[in-house]
Design a binder for this molecule. Structure first.
Ligand SMILES: Nc1ncnc2c1ncn2[C@@H]1O[C@H](COP(=O)(O)OP(=O)(O)OP(=O)(O)O)[C@@H](O)[C@H]1O
Length: 272
């Protein structure tokens, strides 16, 4: 099947610092693709490249067979959580409606139809109860569910998600992950899902891009999330333990992308 996201020989650098290089990647329609790695490894920058907001140092990035560009209508985007100001003059349903018809030129959907679609989206993310509440008065998790609804509104071919589960409680983490996976299966949308933590989405992930130390590995979770591969990426021994379908990475170096900073300090943690 043709890929919907394609990177060829992609390299991203800031000054002397290389986040990744020689990255060749094809993401298929309907694929659930997770991007993992420690703080500062370049996960958000990876999304910015696909959004056309960050130029590659070298190589090519394409969406739907065309070079990436800002504002592509192929993309739905769930940004990293930022709170709305308390006095934002917008209700929950207005925010979702913006996703439905806010950026269309020409024929706009009739308002009754927009309204029905907004109701469906609100229900999908479990936000019907607060549809008329101003967004600035909602909790971080409630706001985040609205962003998911907004991103799904255009039925995107590529759904870019930047840590969409942050600030959600366990129940809503599961609900939002399931929703995103459903979108990918039923609408054949490719999902690029940036996260620190693979466990909430482990049952959905087809492949992982793991970034660390200016290097990367791509493959199925079982191929990448291993003691051998992660120890190699981090340049120090880490232990990957599987228990009850979860993956725990123990002994990660201090979160850093620089090998020379990977000091003796270690912490036992559940990352990835
Ligand atoms: N425009 C820029 N100019 C210079 N450096 C940048 C720029 N954008 C990002 N960086 C640096 O690139 C590195 C990767 O940033 P990025 O936000 O992609 O990391 P991340 O993996 O998403 O991190 P986190 O998990 O902390 O969100 C960081 O060290 C950041 O400071």
């Amino acid at each position: 099947m043709k890929s919907v996201v394609s990177l060829k020989g992609a390299c991203l650098k800031f000054g002397q610092r290389t986040l990744w290089e020689d990255l060749d990647l094809d993401i298929r329609p309907g694929e659930f693709f997770a991007v993992l790695g420690p703080n500062g490894s370049g996960k958000t920058s990876f999304l910015k490249v696909l959004l056309g907001l960050q130029k590659l140092h070298s190589g090519e990035a394409a969406l739907g067979g065309r070079p990436v560009e800002r504002g592509s209508s192929l993309i739905g985007y769930i940004p990293q959580q930022k709170s709305f100001a308390p006095d934002t003059p917008m209700r929950a349903r207005d925010l979702v409606a913006l996703g439905v018809d806010g950026h269309r030129w020409g024929i706009r959907l009739s308002s009754a139809r927009t309204s029905r679609q907004v109701d469906q989206l609100l229900e999908l993310v479990g936000a019907s109860d607060y549809a008329n509440v101003p967004v600035g008065q909602l909790s971080g998790g409630e706001q985040q569910r609205l962003r998911v609804a907004q991103a799904l509104a255009t039925d995107p071919q590529v759904l870019l998600c930047d840590e969409p589960l942050l600030s959600l409680d366990l129940h809503h983490q599961q609900a939002v992950s399931a929703l995103i996976s459903k979108q990918s299966r039923e609408h054949n949308s490719a999902v690029v899902f940036v996260t620190h933590e693979i466990n909430p989405i482990i049952e959905y992930v087809d492949r992982v891009l793991y970034l660390a130390g200016g290097r990367f590995r791509v493959g199925a979770p079982d191929e990448v999330m291993t003691t051998e591969v992660l120890s190699d990426l981090y340049g120090s021994h880490v232990e990957v333990i599987r228990a009850n379908g979860r993956i725990v990475v123990v002994g990660l170096p201090d979160a850093t992308t620089h090998h020379h900073h990977a000091e003796a300090d270690t912490m036992a943690g559940e990352v990835a």
